[in-house]
Design a protein around this ligand. Sequence first.
Ligand SMILES: Cc1ncc(COP(=O)(O)O)c(C=O)c1O
Length: 208
Amino acid sequence: MANLIATYFHPAVPISPEHIVFTNGVTSLNAVCALSLTNPGDGILLGQPIYGSFTGDLSVLSGCQLIYTPFHGVDQFSVEAVARYEETLLKAQGETRVAIRALLICNPHNPLGRCYSRETLEALLQFCHKYQIHLISDEVYALSVYDNDDPNSGFVSVLSIDPVPLGVDPALVHVLYGMSKDFAAAGLRLGCLISQNKRFLQAALSLR
Ligand SMILES: Cc1ncc(COP(=O)(O)O)c(C=O)c1O
């Protein structure tokens, strides 16, 4: 898996086996993330629309709340969308006193089929650092992207961005990957969490 990540995700910081924890699919990984990073009642921020099963995968076991961000005409893959996430976070923390612990993005996106640009990912990383929340990037469709004429529309893994020069804590950045989509092997039930955060990896290991 570390070799696959090195070849196709172009990690800015080399990924070795100790940065990877395997579970039985990305579905379970989402539950593991929510159980590890939230307490019951805490919030995880998501864009809208997004893969519908995140709702159950994240909240059923952990008891966390999903806080959806409407974009009201702003392209959710643009840098401008970060201000929408910020509005939603501030509203949740202010009005309803929900502690937001993470932002979950899906890149390439299900159901919209688009990829985030490097510029937007960098802005999202800085947003997460500003509020000290985790960025979880579900990249289960990483290799299922068609070539086209637009050089800016391809897949960029968040792993290919070095968080340190951006002033972002690497311990806040996590990628989910699995075999179900790119290898058409959903029955294999293999998912992996890739992170530089040893405590989070340890927590995931204890839960899987
Ligand atoms: C975005 C996304 N994440 C995770 C999953 C689930 O993956 P797995 O089969 O590894 O549990 C799916 C399946 O449709 C998905 O679309």
